[in-house]
Structures are given as structure tokens and as C-alpha cells.
Design a protein around this ligand. Sequence first.
Ligand code: PA5
Length: 439
Amino acid sequence: MIRYNTGYLESFVSKEEFDGIAKEVERASQDLRNGAGAGNDFIGWRDLPLDFDKEEYARIKAAAKRVRENSDIFVVVGIGGSYLGARAVLEMILGEQHNELCKPKVYFAGNSISSSDLSDLLELCETGDVSVNVISKSGTTTEPAVAFRTLRNYLIRRYGEEEAARRILATTDRSRGTLKKLSDEQGYETFVVPDDVGGRFSVLTAVGLLPLAVAGVDTDALLQGAADYRKKVHLDDSLCNPTNLYAAARNILYRKGKNVEVLSCFEPRFRMMGEWYKQLYGESEGKDKKGIYPSSALFTTDLHSMGQYIQDGSRFLFETMVSFKDTGSKLKVNEEKVDFDGLNYLAGKTLEEINQVASDATLRAHVEGGVPCSIVEVERADAYNLGELIYFFERSCAVSGYVLDVNPFNQPGVETYKRNMFALLDKPGYEEDKKKLLK
Ligand code: PA5
């Protein structure tokens, strides 16, 4: 069960301040529950863990089984919400070295336009049999489209049209878009990004579930964790609801000039969860010239770099630490007859215990340095708890966005660079934009 611990916030946020914002949070929470807030046609993620397409889920599992049997390499092509969730959960559960330890190897492509990255991937593809999952809700995003064109071409050259078609799985809109059209023409099996679920909220749809099932993650447990957590928090609009309390704390701190949130964690395998959180909150809240800037840090690694700034730099930060009680690994420090490195005082302790002490020490130091800190406490680093954690962050994000008075479900700002890029690349239809840009 996720706990949101505000103990370390006491010297920064008073009870009166929480009482003061409670009404606004209550309204935001109600709006989300009643579908009365901005962007309410994009809140399908809210009920997804309870109310998902069971027939499609069975197809996801069957497809995953087939890929696991016939492929050594699985390439997931997508950008933003179409890859971050899957990669974040995969690395959190299987670790950053999963490709050295597990089969099939899972690689991610189409999240940049880097030629060298794609060349390296093509070289890797030569080391085994390959399947590809192309994910794009719109079906038109340039980065995944370019990577998919290259990979599709590679598969056809290597396996022939028919076998290539069996090795391509497409996750896209139910009925519209270029990718859906191509898939139907070529006979690729398709999976759906529901209309009412935006990319960054889509990890518990086929977007996340298919790659995760292929990687061997327990998707049943992931969904169950999210479903159970949803049942716990959905009906409670008060600050006793941890998702509301977190939204309240963020907004109080933001109004006091704390414009940057550092999401910290003491587990390196949380790295991509940090990236997922940054997209979720950055795209949801950063608009209308408002919003907390989401950043992430991995400790103790970053205590030897950004730690200096967090402790001692400009005071516009607050920190939210994600803490896993049980990481599933119980390595201990061994005893040495000759205490050559002076570490015998740690002998017999697990690294997990030492890491826990390091995190307590860090929190105390940061609070002393003037950084408001709070903790998201997670019982275990497993799929079930991760399902809870995903739902915790998604719901808090929606409530927090409503309190901030923005539409948390659109992303108008993402379009500007695309328009400029299309104009400069001479995409038909962008001639006027190019003229304006060059002027
Ligand atoms: O959250 C979002 O909506 C975006 O980050 C999208 O996921 C991203 O732009 C990719 O879009 P698409 O799935 O249409 O290729």
C-alpha cells in the first residue's frame, strides 16, 4: 500500500495551509471523479484498471507468448507516452541490465532521430530473430515513423513480406490514422490506444502491457495493483486520500515559490520511472505560463553531483522521495579478518539497510538545507506495488493540474517544434510556415 508521508514537510507547510487548500483540492478531486473538469474526454485512464478490454488483453498475452517463442530481440518503436511507461516499468521490475539477464532482449527505438542510435540497433538485430512493436496513437509522429520505416524495410529484406508481417505488431488508434491503415493493408496484428486515454496516461493499455508481457513482467499483478489502489482512492475527495494530499502539498509549495520538484529515489532501476514522471507532470501541468518544473535524481549517485546544488544552491526546490521498503535483494556486507578498509562496522548489514540509512540521512540534510521534503513510501519493488504507484502519480497529476487551473490532458506546446521542423524539411502543406521562419 502506498503511503504519502508529509512528516518532513512540517517546518515548511503548516496545518493551516493544508486546511486552506483543502476545499480547492476537494473540488478538483470531485471534478475528476464526476468527469466535470477540463479535458474530461481524456480521463479513460481513471477506470482503466477495472474496466479494460478483456478480449484484447487475452490477445496481448497470446501475442507476447508467440514473440517470446520466435524472437530473441523485441524492438519497441515509440516516443513520449508511447514508450516511457513500458520502459519505466520494465526497468523497474527487471533492472537496467535486463538485456544481459533476460530473453528476449527488449530495445527501444523511434524516441529520437539519431542516426547512430538506429544504426547500432540494426547491427544488434543481426544477432538474433527480431519482432517489432510500433506504437503511435496518432500514427503520424515523425520520430517513430522514420524508425519504423527503416525497421520494416529491414524485416522485409530479411524475412520476406509475409513473415515480416507476422513479426510486426502495431499499437495505434482503433480505426483512424496512417499506421492503422498500413497495418490493415499489410495484415499486422493491431492493438488499441483508447480514444479517451492520452499518451502519457497510457501505460496500462496495450501501449505498456504488450511490451511488458513480452518482457515477462507480471501484467496481471500490475493491473491488479492499479485496480486495488483505484478502489481505495476514487471516492475520497478529502486530504486523507494520499493522491489529494500530494496534489495539495505540491500546489502549496508552488505558491510559495518552490517551482522545481526533484523526484528522488535510491534505486538506480527507478531511472526511467523518473523520466515517465517528468513527462506525466511536465506535459500535464506546464502550460499557460504556469507549472512546476519536474526533475529527477538518483541517489546516492547524484548526491555526488547534483547533491551539492540540492543541499546548498538557490532555494526554489522541493523534493519528493520515492522509497521502496523491500527491493527484493538481500546482499550483505561481509566480515573481513583484517579490517583493511575499515568497513567491518557494516559487516552483517544488508545493502538495503545501509541504503535506507543513507536515505534518512539525506532527507534530514536536505530539510536542514531548506528543501521541503516528503516521501512516497512503497512496500515492495514488484509489479503489484508499481501498479499502485502508477495510479498514485496519475491521479495526483490530474488533481494537481486542476488545482493549478490548467487542462492536464492536452499538450498544445508540443506542436510548435513539429510545425517548424516540418516547414524546414519541406513537408507539403507547410510552405507558408517555411517562408515565415526564414524571414
Ligand atoms: O503524452 C502524449 O500524448 C505524447 O507524449 C505522445 O505520447 C507522443 O507525442 C507520441 O504520440 P503518438 O503516440 O501519437 O506517436
